[in-house]
Design a protein around this ligand. Structure first.
Ligand SMILES: [Ca+2]
Ligand SMILES: [Ca+2]
Length: 142
């Protein structure tokens, strides 16, 4: 009896410490522009069907002019070059705009949405998540 209780307690302790390790590893490695498409991010691809260079965004970006691909073409701006999209966000939609500052024509990607060929090829210049009306941009309330 004592042996069984001890084994159960030990299992619980091991499980708890493993959970802490996994949590710490996950939170420290997940970040934008690290070339990994992770939870709550959206990845933008240079070519259709999620091919070619890409960049991983975790936050809204009002202007792509100073962004470059995180792989393959690290010197090239991502502005007006997006051809496919892949959302890893389980909770929020994200919208892509042909102009900077969330202007022009747009396309909305649903939660976990994927666009193998975008609605406006080689035109996107900004994007924002649906912020529920707290971000100050009406274009980002949808
Ligand atoms: Ca990332
Ligand atoms: Ca544009």
């Amino acid at each position: 009896m004592n042996k069984t209780v001890h084994a159960l307690r030990l299992t619980a302790v091991v499980a708890a410490s493993m959970a802490m390790v996994f949590t710490a590893a996950g939170s420290s490695s997940a970040s934008q522009f690290n070339s990994f498409c992770e939870a709550k991010e959206v990845c933008i691809y240079r070519d259709s069907n999620l091919n070619g260079a890409w960049i991983d965004h975790q936050y809204a970006d009002p202007n792509y002019w100073n962004n470059t691909w995180t792989v393959i073409y690290p010197e090239e701006s991502t502005n007006d070059r997006a051809s496919s999209l892949d959302s890893w966000d389980p909770n929020w939609k994200v919208r892509f705009f042909t102009n900077s500052n969330y202007g022009g024509s747009w396309q909305t990607l649903p939660e976990y949405g994927r666009a193998n060929s975008v609605s406006y090829n080689d035109q996107y210049s900004s994007h924002c998540w649906n912020d529920g009306g707290v971000g100050g941009y009406s274009q980002c309330d949808f």
